[in-house]
Design a protein around this ligand. Structure first.
Ligand code: PMV
Length: 290
């Protein structure tokens, strides 16, 4: 029961995957970076049925609200600058924000393990059977090496001195569909998946070496193309980034569309080109919430 006199907020972060998407579903490590874009859920008391006051309403969100919150007595406000449908972890950021706001309104502190389990339950409503990578980085931020559990193995890696340019290559299909597509190719694609896992391991050990990280990103992209999860807009954007000074570029997330992440030794030069070409982009570093 939620005490009506108490209102609360909870937040979760957006993310990109530097290496290891899809392979992480098969137990290999992935490297993810939490970003400063954030989703905040505010719960406040009201009389009558629980309702969404602000935030983009959609069918899965309605199910999440129905399953996760009391039917009566709450006003829910969702604010977010995490791009939706771009492989930047918007559903995981929402899941973490919601469980934190709920715990705060109930005055029950959440351990990291509880935050993980409760937000994973919500992620399952969005994505079927997620690895847990997205909701882990949405909760912890920074740079993480993640291996699926249960329980997952999560290692915080040092913050690198480089930044990334994130380029918009259009909308991504549902993560669930892309994960199913890879599963249809299993086990014939297992050697490709294993090679992706090895790249994550190599990046984790050499995170400060920009050129090495960039070459792993390029190899990762080639392997993701082999897995069949890239797309024409993604391939075009990856090629554009490399032709305009990026030393490494790859898709990020489940693929089929969404964002391309690019590593450049001179990000400001790349950003000038991005502006000239009218591409929607972000310039970002990994971020840890305070
Ligand atoms: O939801 P996205 O686009 O960030 O992709 C999640 C990463 C996958 O490895 C493709 C799926 C998973 O559950 O880890």
């Amino acid at each position: 029961m939620i005490p009506t006199e108490h209102c609360a907020k909870g937040s979760g972060q957006g993310k990109i995957i530097l290496c290891g998407e899809h392979a992480v579903v098969y137990g290999y490590p992935a490297i993810a970076l939490g970003l400063s874009c954030t989703t905040t859920v505010t719960l406040s008391a009201k009389s009558g049925p629980t309702e969404l006051e602000s935030g983009e309403a959609h069918a899965t969100l309605a199910t999440v609200i129905q399953q996760q919150l009391p039917a009566e007595g709450l006003r829910i406000a969702i604010e977010s600058d995490v791009p939706i449908g771009k492989g930047m972890g918007s559903s995981a950021a929402l899941a973490v924000a919601l469980v934190r706001a709920r715990a705060s309104v109930q005055r029950t502190p959440l351990s990291e393990a509880q935050t993980f389990q409760q937000s994973l339950a919500i992620e399952k409503l969005f994505h079927g059977n997620p690895s847990g990578l997205d909701n882990t980085v949405a909760a912890l931020g920074g740079v993480l090496r993640f291996e699926k559990g249960p329980p997952p193995t999560v290692t915080r890696l040092p913050m690198p001195n480089w930044s990334l340019v994130i380029l918009d290559a259009g909308t991504a299909p549902a993560t669930k569909e892309m994960v199913q597509q890879v599963a249809l190719g299993f086990p014939s694609n297992s050697a490709v998946i294993e090679q992706i896992g090895a790249l994550s391991e190599a990046i984790a050990a050499n995170l400060e070496d920009q050129l090495f990280v960039a070459s792993c990103m390029n190899e990762n992209q080639a392997l993701l193309v082999e897995l069949g999860v890239s797309s024409e807009p993604l391939d075009t954007m990856v090629a554009w980034a490399r032709n305009h000074g990026a030393v490494g570029a790859k898709l990020s997330g489940a693929g089929g569309g969404g964002m391309v992440i690019a590593l450049s030794l001179q990000p400001q030069e790349l950003l000038k080109e991005v502006e000239k070409a009218g591409i929607s982009a972000l310039h970002t570093r990994p971020w840890i919430p305070t």
